[in-house]
Design a protein around this ligand. Structure first.
Ligand code: I3P
Length: 122
């Protein structure tokens, strides 16, 4: 407990370049706009940075997903791209994530699913 965590940098579980498209913001549909982002998974958040340097400099994120209560599923209907999965937050925002590498996609899908599960129980 305590407030010490406020002063700590994000826990760097993974960092990698992934394509991200936010397609709905709190149940309000958004125009799909794929962006290559430096993506970092912590125990309870998925953080999107413009590039790796922004994370290192502790600059604000492009966006962040709170994993508690979120849902992750593979999705082959909302994009013509391969290896797409969708994360739906507990407020109804929807994010598509994609990479051409099936092993990278699988690795992230599994890690995010695990952290959603533990963040939701916490
Ligand atoms: C969209 C863009 C997206 C594409 C989307 C297009 O066009 O080409 O990359 O999604 O397809 O509408 P625009 O840039 O003019 O908005 P995918 O790459 O995921 O297929 P969609 O309309 O079927 O979502």
């Amino acid at each position: 407990g305590g407030g010490a965590a406020l002063f700590e940098p994000p826990v760097k579980v993974k960092g990698e370049h992934l394509n991200m498209a936010k397609i709905s913001d709190g149940r309000k549909k958004q125009r799909k706009n794929w962006t290559l982002t430096w993506t970092v998974l912590t125990s309870d958040q998925l953080l999107f940075y413009k590039d790796k340097q922004q994370q290192t400099a502790l600059k604000p994120t492009i966006d962040e997903i709170h994993l508690s209560g979120a849902v992750i599923d593979w999705n082959s209907e909302k994009s013509s791209r391969k290896n797409v999965f969708q994360i739906t937050t507990n407020t109804g925002s929807e994010y598509l994530m994609q990479t051409d590498s099936v092993s990278t996609a699988n690795k992230w899908y599994d890690a995010i699913r695990q952290n959603i599960s533990s963040a939701t129980k916490a």
